[in-house]
Ligand binder design. Structure first.
Ligand SMILES: [Zn+2]
Length: 405
């Protein structure tokens, strides 16, 4: 395993805090092992294995499900996304000099945020996107100008942009420092950058689901808190204008701190500065303690759910597991699901059907119409559980059904 240095301070000494194998679709570019460490110099938390940039680019271009997902957080225009864009705009608006500022969304996906800015009266808008399907969607659906390119090498001249947007990009980057130098090059003097990432300080307080969701997303290789995000930007020559932590519940109208389906978000606005960065000082234990709390919480939940499948494991019943996404991979890797007599995995996405996980084939939900009457279904998608239960009722499925939510 080649090793990444700490992306904040470049130290190579780290303490491992999480080291596990998380299953995935067979043939993925990623190693199944996830190793998260805390830097012994500055306390930042990051995934240690060094994926090459080309490996990550292959993943985003051919394996990532962003273009097929209809859910929250993939650049679309779901109600949850619209709420997210409103929050971005509230934070960003005080720093916009006028309606003509040149805004570039780096990794704009399907272009939802740019389209929402146009609705606010902004006109000088462009997106940069690596995924050709998402880029084409943004062009045809929203009529946006989208350039093909990556954050590492932005296809713009020096000093072209007033505002750069990186929404859920920096947690993916192998070398964020290099990307931010590119940011600086493309921005005008006094240009600003808007960044949002998951807030690792609050992984334990808000999670989409249990069983190490925040470490299960293996393309999330940087785990930021506000102090380290500011430090990263200041190292490259930015000053912090705003830092905002929020717990966001995309599936509910109210933002409630202990909501079941919630994200901890960290947003920041930074201005290109000529000043020298200040001395690097950190309370090293803060992020580490927060992640230790997260790890203890997930470990406790796995332990307390241990008996949930005992009757199915002992009976040896044929099992079909429905909903093959990260939630499944976490349950499968850390829970008792692996001990079940699984016949097949079920997912309605044609993109996933035909793929395998540990030799288990992914089949369509219609398969469940003709399974043996003593079979059982385990539902592993908390978002789609209700629709799945309705379908099982429609087809008069008579076996046991267990829902994880
Ligand atoms: Zn460090």
């Amino acid at each position: 395993m080649s090793q990444r240095p700490c992306p904040i301070c470049l130290s190579t000494s780290f303490e491992p805090i999480f080291d596990a194998v998380i299953d995935d679709f067979e043939g993925t570019v990623f190693d199944k092992r996830v190793l998260v460490g805390c830097c012994q110099q500055c306390g930042f938390a990051y995934n240690i294995p060094d994926f090459t940039s080309s490996c990550l680019e292959t993943h985003y271009q051919t394996e990532a499900l962003y273009q097929t997902e209809t859910g929250f957080g993939v650049g679309g225009t779901t109600p949850a996304d619209v709420t997210r864009y409103e929050r971005y705009y509230r934070l960003l608006e005080p720093f916009l000099a006028n309606r003509d500022v040149a805004v570039v969304d780096i990794g704009c996906s399907k272009g939802g945020f740019l389209a929402s800015l146009r609705d606010k009266g902004l006109s000088n808008l462009r997106g940069i996107e690596l995924d050709p399907i998402c880029a084409e969607y943004a062009r045809t659906t929203h009529g946006l100008e989208i350039l093909s390119g990556s954050a590492n090498s932005v296809p713009l001249s020096d000093g072209e942009a007033d505002v750069l947007v990186y929404s859920h990009v920096l947690e993916h980057l192998d070398d964020p420092d290099q990307v931010l130098r590119e940011t600086k090059r493309v921005l005008k003097e006094d240009g600003i950058v808007f960044i949002e990432v998951p807030d690792a300080l609050h992984y334990a307080d808000a999670k989409m689901f249990d069983y190490f969701h925040w470490f299960g997303m293996r393309e999330h290789i940087n785990h930021f808190d506000a102090a380290h995000l500011s430090r990263l930007l200041e190292n490259v020559g930015f000053e912090t204008l705003l830092s905002n932590e929020a717990i966001v519940s995309p599936y509910e109208s109210e933002l409630t701190p202990n909501s079941r389906h919630a994200f901890p978000m960290l947003a920041g606005i930074f201005r290109k500065s000529k000043g020298k960065p200040s001395e690097m000082t950190f309370n090293q234990g803060v992020l580490r303690n927060a992640l230790d709390r997260y790890i203890a919480s997930e470990t406790g939940i796995i332990e307390s759910n241990k008996d949930k499948l005992t009757h199915l494991i002992e009976s040896g019943k044929p099992i079909y597991v429905w909903g093959i996404a990260l939630e499944f991979f976490c349950l499968y890797s850390f829970g008792e699901l692996k001990r079940c007599n699984i016949q097949a995995l079920v997912d309605k996405s044609a993109f996933k059907q035909g793929k395998t996980v540990n030799g288990l084939q992914i089949v369509s939900p219609e398969t469940l119409c003709s399974v043996s009457p003593d079979a059982a279904v385990i539902i592993t998608s908390s978002f789609h559980a209700d629709a799945m239960l309705r379908y099982l009722k429609e087809i008069a499925f008579a076996g046991d059904v267990v829902v994880f939510r």
